[in-house]
Ligand binder design. Structure first.
Ligand SMILES: Cc1cc2nc3c(=O)[nH]c(=O)nc-3n(C[C@H](O)[C@H](O)[C@H](O)COP(=O)(O)OP(=O)(O)OC[C@H]3O[C@@H](n4cnc5c(N)ncnc54)[C@H](O)[C@@H]3O)c2cc1C
Length: 322
């Protein structure tokens, strides 16, 4: 370890040892990363990766840490954080570094008269994290805007793939199939639509989020993915005398929050982790929660949902260090 740190320091990279990852996740949970560093540019990232890979140290990249549950034991490898990157704007094409925040991206592009990112309003985190998880809201997500993505492949080369090659699906992309690929930047294609309507929609959505989501408590957003609608699942839920909204069939998704709420699980607390009263798909950190509390609560919810409805919930939150 000392050798890796020396080599990284020779490149003038500020390296921290045993950095608590609770400081870098919105859940404010997580033990130490063996090595923690920030990459200032793709070239620097490549240099870092060369050293780390040569020495056989495992690594992950993080952005805003807003979709992560890090174990109490931390991560036995290198955690590389994307640096807040730059935006290059040419007509309606935006080249965004992976570390750009979605919030910054929306503000900047609206100022330039560009629309099309309304689905990202209120989603925390960075462009890199959002592409990996195809983040979004209201049935739209990053796949709507991504034209190409530049990433570092397993041979430490920068490769470009098109939006279509990203295999985007609901909360999925090819980068979840290849966890070692690191997103460097992306070209997003926006439109010159109705700017006033776009701003209004964004404001409405932000206002709705402040009333419908548990603010003031650390979390990682929605814990579980929404459930793919099937007639069998719908029939099973009707047998429980649950009234299904026609929207579930229309959007082919049953909200995980609705199922958890129907089972009366809101407020369930394990240690310092709690199913939020405001939104049943959020687990909140009441202060000093351990990853272990959250894991046990996730297990409890999954078991209750499976036993009572036959539905197998799937986590949206990403595990690190387990
Ligand atoms: C309050 C709150 C509300 C939320 N609301 C929503 C919502 O409405 N819709 C939604 O989709 N999500 C939502 N989320 C979840 C989260 O904000 C998104 O998943 C977001 O896109 C994650 O981005 P990030 O930069 O924080 O990624 P991180 O959490 O840092 O990382 C997520 C994953 O991406 C990987 N990763 C990050 N950067 C890179 C990179 N450059 N290259 C390769 N891999 C990378 C990480 O290793 C990890 O596997 C919410 C979260 C919170 C806390």
């Amino acid at each position: 370890m000392k050798q890796i740190i020396k080599e990284l320091q020779k490149l003038n990279i500020a390296v921290k040892e045993n950095e608590p990852l609770a400081n870098h996740t919105t859940f404010q949970i997580g033990g130490p990363a063996k090595v923690y560093l920030e990459a200032k540019s793709p070239t620097e990232l490549l240099e870092i990766l060369k050293i780390i890979k040569q020495r056989g140290l495992k690594y992950i990249m993080i952005g805003g840490g807003s979709n992560l549950l890090v174990s109490d034991a931390g991560y036995d490898g290198a955690v590389i954080k994307t640096n807040p990157g730059e935006l290059l704007i040419e007509n309606n094409l935006i080249t965004a570094d992976a570390g750009c925040t979605l919030a910054g991206l929306i503000m900047k592009t609206l100022d330039l008269g560009l629309t099309g990112l309304e689905f990202a309003a209120g989603v925390p985190g960075t462009v890199g994290g959002a592409i990996k998880g195809n983040a979004g809201t209201y049935g739209e997500a990053m796949d709507k805007a991504v034209k190409t993505v530049d990433f570092i492949n397993d041979n430490l080369e920068i490769e470009t793939c098109t939006g279509q090659q990203c295999n985007f699906a609901y909360r999925h992309s090819i980068f979840k199939e290849h966890d070692s690929w690191l997103i460097v930047s992306a070209v997003l294609q926006l439109t010159t639509g109705d700017l006033a309507a776009s701003r209004k929609l964004i404001d409405e959505r932000l206002a709705y989020r402040t009333t419908s989501q548990p603010h003031g408590y650390p979390s990682a957003g929605c814990t579980f993915k929404n459930i793919a609608y099937t007639e069998t699942i719908a029939e099973n839920l009707k047998k429980l005398n649950w009234e299904l909204s026609p929207k579930f069939k229309e959007y082919q998704k049953i909200p995980a929050s609705w199922v958890i709420e129907k089972l009366d699980l809101k407020g369930k607390t394990i240690g310092k982790a709690q199913i939020a009263e405001k939104h049943a798909n959020y687990i909140i950190n009441l202060g000093g929660a351990k990853a272990d509390d959250v894991i046990r609560l996730i297990g409890y919810i999954k078991q209750q949902v499976r036993d009572k409805t036959g539905i197998q919930l799937e986590e949206e939150v990403r595990y690190v260090g387990f």
